[in-house]
Ligand binder design. Sequence first.
Ligand code: IPE
Ligand code: IPE
Ligand code: MG
Length: 240
Amino acid sequence: MEKVPQHVAVILDGNGRWAKSKGMPRNYGHAQGAKTLEEIVESSAKIGIKYLTVYAFSTENWGRPEEEVKALMNLLGTYLKKCLKMSIKHNMKVRILGAKEALTPELQKEIENLEEVSKDFTGLNFQIALNYGSRDEMLRAMQKMANDIKEEKLSPEEITAEVFSDYLDTRGIPDPDLLIRTSGEQRISNYLLWQIAYSELYFTDVPWPDFHTEELKKAVEAYASRDRRYGGVKEERSHV
Ligand code: IPE
Ligand code: IPE
Ligand code: MG
């Protein structure tokens, strides 16, 4: 495949509606969504994608019914355990984006271990956004910058786009080339607002549990046909 995006970000949406359409409870959709994620992680690496960043739980998702939040947290715990095995098997480096302090001590321990074990792995870079909100991420970054200025580790004149990026949870990770949202909604829902400044957007009606490898390939093909201009003009061998 030509022109494979280096970094693909995904808003995996539609688990609940998918389950409902089958007469099943929402949590069944989340469980199925976790399986689809395993498949997509493997196929991303095969396609040649270097960075995959998925939105698993937003800062706003705490507002869901208590039962659903509980089920999602349980599922994430199970998923992280599976992820550790996958990361070792596939040489995959895993990082969690978001405010980890609000998660249970068990989840935090799981995350710490997963990040530590996989930190030098050189295969796919897999980021999971968990209790993540872009505004929250930027506010935490600004608080940290303000503290560093107070402690004279940073001066206001030194703040550039690169410096700011280094204060974000995505530090060291290139900006997404392609952002995919499944299940028909065409909004960003507080995801990677700074990082997607020039990402190509791809929306599909396919609900996340049905987003199999073929669908990922379609998104990558759509990306390959896009013309990224970054505010410039289309590159043409024309006489100027
Ligand atoms: C995405 O599916 C998973 C999470 C947000 C955790 P949803 O749970 O949002 O499913 P819909 O959008 O209600 O169908
Ligand atoms: C975005 O999906 C968050 C995640 C995929 C984790 P939501 O389903 O929460 O977003 P809205 O509520 O439709 O904007
Ligand atoms: Mg949703």
